[in-house]
Ligand binder design. Structure first.
Ligand code: HPA
Length: 257
């Protein structure tokens, strides 16, 4: 293991570009075969934590251009065992109003053109347990989100008095445009609860790396057709209102790890 290591990784989504309660932080570049990733390393509750902003610090990288493989590999290289991600999402359900916090347990992938896997044929990697994964690998995603970490987030948030929704189906779209109302109706029919643009392939890449990964989703709007229109400004505004709470939930979760 290199000079820098961390036990816990945090991936900040739209509206979450800095982890303000990260102590003694240092910004480093982690080199991976897929590109270099800027990561902040520091401490929360005496644990080593690595933070990266999925869209870049100034939100310059759109969802379909995020280097998901480099991001995931940077966490692997730092020795991270648990990753808590945040995602801003639209809601497909009346009872999940803007501001609601949901810890999804399933995902339906409607992205179209992303780099979905490390295992394109020639890749080989030594896993933490010493085993080698290489060539053609078909990963089980029966449980796409890590149940152990989902429980920790839910327990930490509930103990701190936050209302939190346990479980939900995240529908991932290609973006960067928002959806049409017809698409949203279809997503509702097939069982979706939330819609966003960034869970895939992130969740699947962490599964390939056997890193325990869960997400804290913040509902920032009702999906297209359920409110007059959807804007990015609104997404950021509502997420901002929840940012302190999310940082608090992350800190309390880290204490349980
Ligand atoms: N659709 C897709 N992604 C989103 C939305 C939405 O309505 N809100 C926040 N991210």
């Amino acid at each position: 293991m290199g000079k820098y290591e961390a036990e816990i990784g945090i991936i900040g989504g739209s509206g979450f570009y800095e982890l303000f309660n990260l102590m003694n932080k240092e910004t480093i570049n982690v080199e991976t075969p897929f590109g270099s990733v800027s990561v902040e390393i520091g401490e929360i509750a005496d644990k080593k934590v690595a933070f990266l902003a999925r869209h870049g610090k100034a939100h310059t990288v759109p969802p379909h251009k995020v280097n998901y493989k480099a991001n995931a590999m940077s966490m692997f290289k730092l020795g991270v065992s648990y990753v808590i991600a945040t995602n801003a999402v639209g809601s497909l359900r009346e009872h999940l109003a803007p501001g609601a916090i949901v810890i999804p347990n399933q995902i339906i992938d409607f992205t179209k053109n992303r780099d979905y896997t490390f295992f394109n044929g020639s890749f080989s990697i030594k896993m933490r347990d010493g085993s080698i994964k290489k060539g053609v690998v078909h990963t089980d995603v029966t449980e796409p989100y890590c149940e152990e970490l989902r429980r920790k987030i839910i327990n930490a948030a509930s103990a701190a008095g936050y209302k939190i929704h346990d479980g939900g189906v995240y529908v991932c779209t290609e973006g960067p445009r928002f959806e049409t109302p017809a698409e949203i109706n279809f997503f509702k029919m097939i069982g979706g609860d939330l819609v966003g643009m960034t869970a895939s392939p992130e969740v699947f890449l962490f599964k390939e790396l056997e890193i325990c990964y869960a997400s804290i989703c913040v509902v920032t709007n009702y999906a297209a057709g359920m409110q007059k229109r959807v804007t990015h400004e609104e997404v950021l505004e509502i997420f901002n209102k929840r940012k302190k709470d999310i940082a608090e939930i992350i800190k309390k979760t880290i204490k349980l790890i």
